[in-house]
Design a protein around this ligand. Structure first.
Ligand code: NAD
Length: 350
Protein backbone atom coordinates (compact mmCIF):
# COMPACT_ATOMS: atom_id res chain seq x y z
CA UNK A 1 0.00 0.00 0.00
CA UNK A 2 1.75 3.16 -1.15
CA UNK A 3 0.43 6.65 -0.51
CA UNK A 4 -0.17 7.42 -4.18
CA UNK A 5 -2.17 4.24 -4.65
CA UNK A 6 -5.50 5.96 -4.47
CA UNK A 7 -7.54 2.78 -4.38
CA UNK A 8 -6.09 1.90 -1.02
CA UNK A 9 -5.83 5.53 0.06
CA UNK A 10 -9.37 6.36 -1.05
CA UNK A 11 -8.19 9.69 -2.46
CA UNK A 12 -6.83 11.06 0.80
CA UNK A 13 -5.14 14.45 0.61
CA UNK A 14 -2.44 13.52 3.09
CA UNK A 15 -1.44 11.13 5.84
CA UNK A 16 0.93 12.10 8.65
CA UNK A 17 2.78 9.66 10.87
CA UNK A 18 4.33 10.99 14.05
CA UNK A 19 6.73 9.54 16.59
CA UNK A 20 7.76 11.26 19.80
CA UNK A 21 11.08 9.68 20.85
CA UNK A 22 10.81 11.00 24.43
CA UNK A 23 7.45 9.40 25.30
CA UNK A 24 7.37 6.74 22.57
CA UNK A 25 4.01 8.11 21.38
CA UNK A 26 3.02 6.91 17.92
CA UNK A 27 0.15 8.68 16.17
CA UNK A 28 -1.34 8.85 12.69
CA UNK A 29 -3.38 11.77 11.39
CA UNK A 30 -5.23 11.11 8.13
CA UNK A 31 -6.65 14.05 6.21
CA UNK A 32 -9.16 12.88 3.65
CA UNK A 33 -10.53 16.19 2.44
CA UNK A 34 -10.32 19.90 3.19
CA UNK A 35 -12.73 20.85 0.39
CA UNK A 36 -15.43 22.04 2.78
CA UNK A 37 -13.11 23.39 5.50
CA UNK A 38 -10.41 22.19 7.89
CA UNK A 39 -10.44 18.42 8.32
CA UNK A 40 -12.19 17.57 11.58
CA UNK A 41 -12.62 14.28 13.39
CA UNK A 42 -11.85 12.83 16.77
CA UNK A 43 -8.73 11.14 18.05
CA UNK A 44 -9.05 7.41 18.80
CA UNK A 45 -6.62 5.71 21.18
CA UNK A 46 -6.56 1.97 20.64
CA UNK A 47 -4.28 -1.06 20.83
CA UNK A 48 -3.67 -1.97 17.18
CA UNK A 49 -2.10 -5.16 15.93
CA UNK A 50 0.44 -3.22 13.92
CA UNK A 51 1.04 0.02 12.03
CA UNK A 52 -0.82 -1.21 8.95
CA UNK A 53 -3.97 -1.87 11.01
CA UNK A 54 -3.74 1.58 12.61
CA UNK A 55 -3.24 3.20 9.20
CA UNK A 56 -6.23 1.36 7.75
CA UNK A 57 -8.41 2.50 10.66
CA UNK A 58 -7.28 6.13 10.33
CA UNK A 59 -7.97 6.15 6.58
CA UNK A 60 -11.38 4.50 6.91
CA UNK A 61 -12.50 6.77 9.72
CA UNK A 62 -11.21 9.95 8.12
CA UNK A 63 -13.03 9.31 4.84
CA UNK A 64 -16.15 8.66 6.91
CA UNK A 65 -15.68 12.07 8.55
CA UNK A 66 -15.67 13.80 5.15
CA UNK A 67 -19.02 12.19 4.39
CA UNK A 68 -20.38 12.82 7.89
CA UNK A 69 -19.44 16.51 7.95
CA UNK A 70 -20.72 17.07 4.42
CA UNK A 71 -24.09 15.46 5.14
CA UNK A 72 -24.41 17.36 8.42
CA UNK A 73 -24.00 20.64 6.52
CA UNK A 74 -20.91 21.61 8.53
CA UNK A 75 -18.09 23.83 7.21
CA UNK A 76 -15.58 21.05 7.84
CA UNK A 77 -13.62 18.53 5.86
CA UNK A 78 -12.80 15.01 7.01
CA UNK A 79 -9.87 13.83 9.10
CA UNK A 80 -9.13 11.47 11.94
CA UNK A 81 -6.28 10.74 14.33
CA UNK A 82 -5.34 7.44 15.87
CA UNK A 83 -2.89 6.93 18.69
CA UNK A 84 -1.31 3.48 18.84
CA UNK A 85 -1.57 2.50 22.52
CA UNK A 86 0.90 -0.02 24.00
CA UNK A 87 -1.42 -1.05 26.82
CA UNK A 88 -4.77 -0.33 28.45
CA UNK A 89 -3.06 2.08 30.83
CA UNK A 90 -4.23 5.68 30.51
CA UNK A 91 -2.14 7.94 28.31
CA UNK A 92 0.25 10.22 30.24
CA UNK A 93 0.07 14.01 30.21
CA UNK A 94 3.43 14.05 28.35
CA UNK A 95 1.98 11.73 25.71
CA UNK A 96 -1.05 13.97 25.25
CA UNK A 97 1.15 17.05 24.98
CA UNK A 98 3.25 15.32 22.32
CA UNK A 99 0.07 14.52 20.37
CA UNK A 100 -1.11 18.13 20.79
CA UNK A 101 2.15 19.37 19.27
CA UNK A 102 1.64 17.04 16.27
CA UNK A 103 -1.83 18.55 15.75
CA UNK A 104 -0.40 22.07 16.09
CA UNK A 105 2.32 21.31 13.51
CA UNK A 106 -0.38 20.86 10.84
CA UNK A 107 -1.27 24.54 11.22
CA UNK A 108 -5.05 24.05 11.41
CA UNK A 109 -5.53 21.64 8.50
CA UNK A 110 -6.77 19.17 11.11
CA UNK A 111 -8.97 19.84 14.17
CA UNK A 112 -9.12 17.16 16.83
CA UNK A 113 -11.69 16.15 19.47
CA UNK A 114 -12.42 13.11 21.62
CA UNK A 115 -13.19 9.63 20.31
CA UNK A 116 -12.85 6.18 21.87
CA UNK A 117 -10.07 6.24 24.50
CA UNK A 118 -10.00 10.02 24.91
CA UNK A 119 -12.00 12.33 27.19
CA UNK A 120 -12.95 15.95 27.76
CA UNK A 121 -10.02 16.05 30.22
CA UNK A 122 -7.63 14.88 27.45
CA UNK A 123 -8.83 17.75 25.24
CA UNK A 124 -8.02 20.27 27.98
CA UNK A 125 -4.43 18.96 28.09
CA UNK A 126 -4.14 19.27 24.28
CA UNK A 127 -5.45 22.83 24.52
CA UNK A 128 -2.23 23.78 26.38
CA UNK A 129 -0.26 23.34 23.15
CA UNK A 130 -2.78 23.76 20.32
CA UNK A 131 -5.90 25.76 19.52
CA UNK A 132 -6.96 23.20 16.93
CA UNK A 133 -9.03 21.24 19.43
CA UNK A 134 -12.68 21.09 20.45
CA UNK A 135 -14.77 18.99 22.85
CA UNK A 136 -13.70 21.14 25.84
CA UNK A 137 -15.93 21.82 28.86
CA UNK A 138 -18.35 24.53 27.82
CA UNK A 139 -19.50 27.59 29.75
CA UNK A 140 -23.06 27.16 31.05
CA UNK A 141 -25.47 27.04 28.06
CA UNK A 142 -22.72 27.26 25.42
CA UNK A 143 -22.04 24.65 22.72
CA UNK A 144 -19.30 22.19 23.55
CA UNK A 145 -18.22 19.47 25.97
CA UNK A 146 -18.65 15.74 25.67
CA UNK A 147 -20.19 15.09 22.21
CA UNK A 148 -21.80 11.77 23.26
CA UNK A 149 -25.16 13.07 24.56
CA UNK A 150 -25.57 15.03 21.31
CA UNK A 151 -24.82 11.91 19.29
CA UNK A 152 -27.47 10.06 21.29
CA UNK A 153 -29.98 12.87 20.61
CA UNK A 154 -29.44 12.56 16.85
CA UNK A 155 -29.71 8.77 16.94
CA UNK A 156 -32.95 8.96 18.93
CA UNK A 157 -34.47 11.38 16.39
CA UNK A 158 -33.14 9.18 13.58
CA UNK A 159 -34.80 6.09 15.04
CA UNK A 160 -38.10 7.95 15.19
CA UNK A 161 -37.73 8.97 11.53
CA UNK A 162 -36.98 5.37 10.52
CA UNK A 163 -39.98 4.04 12.44
CA UNK A 164 -42.22 6.64 10.83
CA UNK A 165 -40.93 5.86 7.34
CA UNK A 166 -40.89 2.08 7.56
CA UNK A 167 -43.68 1.29 10.04
CA UNK A 168 -45.85 4.38 9.60
CA UNK A 169 -46.06 5.19 13.31
CA UNK A 170 -45.02 8.31 15.23
CA UNK A 171 -44.75 6.74 18.67
CA UNK A 172 -42.06 4.42 20.01
CA UNK A 173 -44.33 3.22 22.81
CA UNK A 174 -44.92 -0.24 21.32
CA UNK A 175 -41.45 -0.69 19.88
CA UNK A 176 -38.75 -3.05 21.08
CA UNK A 177 -35.20 -1.90 20.50
CA UNK A 178 -31.99 -3.94 20.82
CA UNK A 179 -29.07 -1.70 21.79
CA UNK A 180 -25.62 -3.19 21.24
CA UNK A 181 -23.26 -1.40 23.64
CA UNK A 182 -24.52 0.76 26.48
CA UNK A 183 -21.51 3.03 26.91
CA UNK A 184 -21.63 6.81 26.63
CA UNK A 185 -23.94 7.03 23.61
CA UNK A 186 -25.82 3.75 24.11
CA UNK A 187 -26.73 4.53 27.72
CA UNK A 188 -28.08 7.98 26.89
CA UNK A 189 -29.99 6.57 23.94
CA UNK A 190 -31.53 3.89 26.21
CA UNK A 191 -32.66 6.64 28.59
CA UNK A 192 -34.47 8.47 25.78
CA UNK A 193 -35.99 5.28 24.36
CA UNK A 194 -37.14 4.24 27.85
CA UNK A 195 -38.72 7.66 28.42
CA UNK A 196 -40.50 7.28 25.06
CA UNK A 197 -41.97 3.97 26.28
CA UNK A 198 -39.90 1.57 24.15
CA UNK A 199 -38.92 -1.87 25.47
CA UNK A 200 -35.16 -2.43 25.63
CA UNK A 201 -32.95 -5.44 24.99
CA UNK A 202 -29.26 -4.73 25.62
CA UNK A 203 -25.83 -6.32 25.56
CA UNK A 204 -22.38 -5.15 26.57
CA UNK A 205 -19.03 -6.79 27.23
CA UNK A 206 -18.59 -4.41 30.16
CA UNK A 207 -20.59 -5.84 33.08
CA UNK A 208 -20.76 -2.54 34.96
CA UNK A 209 -22.25 -0.69 31.98
CA UNK A 210 -24.67 -3.54 31.35
CA UNK A 211 -25.93 -3.66 34.94
CA UNK A 212 -26.32 0.13 35.10
CA UNK A 213 -28.61 0.20 32.04
CA UNK A 214 -30.49 -2.89 33.28
CA UNK A 215 -31.16 -1.29 36.65
CA UNK A 216 -31.98 2.20 35.38
CA UNK A 217 -34.26 1.26 32.49
CA UNK A 218 -35.52 -2.25 33.28
CA UNK A 219 -33.76 -3.46 30.15
CA UNK A 220 -33.49 -7.16 29.31
CA UNK A 221 -29.86 -8.21 28.97
CA UNK A 222 -28.82 -10.86 26.44
CA UNK A 223 -25.41 -12.39 25.64
CA UNK A 224 -23.34 -10.30 23.19
CA UNK A 225 -23.64 -12.89 20.41
CA UNK A 226 -27.47 -12.74 20.54
CA UNK A 227 -28.13 -9.01 20.38
CA UNK A 228 -28.21 -8.53 16.60
CA UNK A 229 -30.65 -11.43 16.14
CA UNK A 230 -32.94 -10.40 19.01
CA UNK A 231 -36.70 -10.48 18.37
CA UNK A 232 -37.14 -6.69 18.17
CA UNK A 233 -38.37 -4.00 15.77
CA UNK A 234 -35.12 -2.03 15.74
CA UNK A 235 -31.46 -2.93 16.17
CA UNK A 236 -29.27 -0.06 17.33
CA UNK A 237 -25.53 -0.78 17.06
CA UNK A 238 -23.73 1.49 19.55
CA UNK A 239 -20.48 -0.42 20.16
CA UNK A 240 -17.99 -1.16 17.40
CA UNK A 241 -17.88 -1.21 13.58
CA UNK A 242 -18.16 -3.97 10.95
CA UNK A 243 -20.94 -5.75 12.84
CA UNK A 244 -23.19 -5.89 9.74
CA UNK A 245 -21.62 -8.63 7.66
CA UNK A 246 -22.34 -11.83 5.71
CA UNK A 247 -22.63 -13.80 8.97
CA UNK A 248 -24.82 -11.43 10.99
CA UNK A 249 -27.20 -9.99 8.37
CA UNK A 250 -29.12 -13.23 7.57
CA UNK A 251 -30.02 -13.60 11.27
CA UNK A 252 -31.35 -10.08 11.89
CA UNK A 253 -35.06 -10.12 12.76
CA UNK A 254 -35.57 -6.37 13.10
CA UNK A 255 -36.88 -4.34 10.15
CA UNK A 256 -34.77 -1.29 11.05
CA UNK A 257 -31.07 -0.83 11.86
CA UNK A 258 -30.30 2.59 13.30
CA UNK A 259 -27.42 3.22 15.69
CA UNK A 260 -24.39 5.31 16.59
CA UNK A 261 -21.46 3.03 15.79
CA UNK A 262 -19.15 4.17 12.99
CA UNK A 263 -18.60 1.96 9.93
CA UNK A 264 -21.33 -0.54 10.78
CA UNK A 265 -21.25 -2.18 7.32
CA UNK A 266 -18.22 -4.46 7.05
CA UNK A 267 -18.15 -3.98 3.26
CA UNK A 268 -20.13 -2.15 0.59
CA UNK A 269 -21.76 -5.48 -0.35
CA UNK A 270 -23.27 -5.68 3.13
CA UNK A 271 -25.35 -2.57 2.37
CA UNK A 272 -26.83 -4.50 -0.55
CA UNK A 273 -27.37 -7.56 1.69
CA UNK A 274 -29.32 -5.45 4.20
CA UNK A 275 -31.36 -3.89 1.38
CA UNK A 276 -32.11 -7.29 -0.17
CA UNK A 277 -33.51 -8.45 3.17
CA UNK A 278 -35.83 -5.42 3.14
CA UNK A 279 -34.28 -3.99 6.31
CA UNK A 280 -34.15 -0.19 6.52
CA UNK A 281 -30.59 0.86 7.37
CA UNK A 282 -29.93 4.39 8.66
CA UNK A 283 -26.50 5.30 7.21
CA UNK A 284 -24.26 5.53 10.27
CA UNK A 285 -22.48 8.76 9.44
CA UNK A 286 -25.79 10.56 8.89
CA UNK A 287 -27.56 9.39 12.03
CA UNK A 288 -24.52 9.77 14.33
CA UNK A 289 -23.54 13.33 13.35
CA UNK A 290 -24.84 14.96 16.55
CA UNK A 291 -21.47 14.82 18.29
CA UNK A 292 -19.45 16.40 15.48
CA UNK A 293 -22.17 19.03 15.15
CA UNK A 294 -21.57 20.04 18.76
CA UNK A 295 -17.80 20.01 18.16
CA UNK A 296 -18.19 22.15 15.06
CA UNK A 297 -20.38 24.79 16.68
CA UNK A 298 -18.11 24.90 19.72
CA UNK A 299 -15.09 25.44 17.49
CA UNK A 300 -16.87 28.17 15.56
CA UNK A 301 -17.49 30.01 18.85
CA UNK A 302 -20.39 32.04 20.20
CA UNK A 303 -22.87 29.21 19.76
CA UNK A 304 -25.33 27.90 22.33
CA UNK A 305 -26.79 24.52 23.20
CA UNK A 306 -29.99 25.68 21.49
CA UNK A 307 -28.01 26.18 18.24
CA UNK A 308 -26.68 22.62 18.49
CA UNK A 309 -30.18 21.29 19.17
CA UNK A 310 -31.60 23.16 16.16
CA UNK A 311 -28.87 21.75 13.91
CA UNK A 312 -29.40 18.18 15.13
CA UNK A 313 -33.14 18.55 14.53
CA UNK A 314 -32.28 18.40 10.81
CA UNK A 315 -31.01 14.80 11.08
CA UNK A 316 -34.42 13.07 10.68
CA UNK A 317 -35.23 15.09 7.54
CA UNK A 318 -31.91 14.15 5.93
CA UNK A 319 -32.48 10.51 6.72
CA UNK A 320 -36.00 10.61 5.31
CA UNK A 321 -34.66 12.11 2.06
CA UNK A 322 -32.28 9.15 1.85
CA UNK A 323 -35.04 6.60 2.56
CA UNK A 324 -37.31 8.13 -0.08
CA UNK A 325 -34.52 8.15 -2.69
CA UNK A 326 -33.63 4.55 -1.78
CA UNK A 327 -37.27 3.48 -2.32
CA UNK A 328 -37.51 5.41 -5.60
CA UNK A 329 -34.24 4.19 -7.09
CA UNK A 330 -34.28 0.76 -5.48
CA UNK A 331 -30.75 1.27 -4.22
CA UNK A 332 -29.35 0.62 -0.71
CA UNK A 333 -29.46 3.62 1.64
CA UNK A 334 -25.67 3.61 2.06
CA UNK A 335 -25.22 3.96 -1.70
CA UNK A 336 -27.68 6.87 -1.79
CA UNK A 337 -25.99 8.61 1.17
CA UNK A 338 -22.47 8.19 -0.30
CA UNK A 339 -23.62 9.69 -3.60
CA UNK A 340 -25.21 12.66 -1.83
CA UNK A 341 -22.08 13.30 0.27
CA UNK A 342 -19.76 12.96 -2.73
CA UNK A 343 -21.88 15.48 -4.62
CA UNK A 344 -21.66 18.02 -1.76
CA UNK A 345 -17.86 17.69 -1.69
CA UNK A 346 -17.59 17.83 -5.49
CA UNK A 347 -19.72 21.01 -5.60
CA UNK A 348 -17.42 22.63 -3.02
CA UNK A 349 -14.35 21.70 -5.06
CA UNK A 350 -15.58 23.42 -8.23
P1 NAD B 1 -18.09 3.86 24.60
O1 NAD B 1 -16.74 3.26 24.61
O2 NAD B 1 -18.49 4.78 25.70
O3 NAD B 1 -19.22 2.70 24.56
C1 NAD B 1 -19.10 1.56 23.79
C2 NAD B 1 -19.72 0.42 24.61
O4 NAD B 1 -19.75 -0.75 23.79
C3 NAD B 1 -18.92 0.07 25.86
O5 NAD B 1 -19.80 -0.03 26.98
C4 NAD B 1 -18.28 -1.26 25.50
O6 NAD B 1 -18.07 -2.10 26.64
C5 NAD B 1 -19.34 -1.84 24.58
N1 NAD B 1 -18.85 -2.92 23.70
C6 NAD B 1 -17.65 -3.08 23.13
N2 NAD B 1 -17.61 -4.20 22.40
C7 NAD B 1 -18.86 -4.75 22.50
C8 NAD B 1 -19.46 -5.90 21.97
N3 NAD B 1 -18.79 -6.75 21.16
N4 NAD B 1 -20.74 -6.16 22.28
C9 NAD B 1 -21.45 -5.33 23.08
N5 NAD B 1 -20.92 -4.22 23.63
C10 NAD B 1 -19.64 -3.95 23.35
O7 NAD B 1 -18.25 4.56 23.18
P2 NAD B 1 -19.35 5.62 22.72
O8 NAD B 1 -18.76 6.97 22.78
O9 NAD B 1 -20.63 5.33 23.39
O10 NAD B 1 -19.46 5.27 21.17
C11 NAD B 1 -20.17 4.13 20.73
C12 NAD B 1 -20.01 3.97 19.22
O11 NAD B 1 -20.54 5.14 18.57
C13 NAD B 1 -18.55 3.86 18.74
O12 NAD B 1 -18.54 3.04 17.60
C14 NAD B 1 -18.21 5.28 18.35
O13 NAD B 1 -17.19 5.32 17.36
C15 NAD B 1 -19.53 5.74 17.77
N6 NAD B 1 -19.71 7.19 17.81
C16 NAD B 1 -19.63 7.84 18.98
C17 NAD B 1 -19.80 9.22 19.00
C18 NAD B 1 -19.74 9.98 20.31
O14 NAD B 1 -20.13 11.16 20.32
N7 NAD B 1 -19.30 9.37 21.40
C19 NAD B 1 -20.05 9.92 17.82
C20 NAD B 1 -20.15 9.21 16.62
C21 NAD B 1 -19.97 7.84 16.63
Amino acid sequence: MTFFDNTAMQNHESIHKFHDPRTGLRAIIAIHSTALGPAAGGCRRWIYEDEAAATRDALRLSRGMTFKNAMAGLPLGGGKAVIMADSNEAITEEGLLAFGRFVESLGGRYITAEDVGMSVGSMHVLKKVTDYVAGLSPEEGSAGGDPSPWTADGVFLGIKAAVKHRLGVESLADMRVAVQGVGKVGYDLCRQLHEAGAGLVISDVNRQNLERAQADFGAEAVPVEQILSADVDIVSPCAMGAILNAQSIPNIRASIIAGAANNQLATEADGQRVFDRNILYAPDYVINSGGITSVSLEYEGGKTEADVRAHIALVPGRLTDIYVASDDKQLPTNVIADAMAEQIVADATL
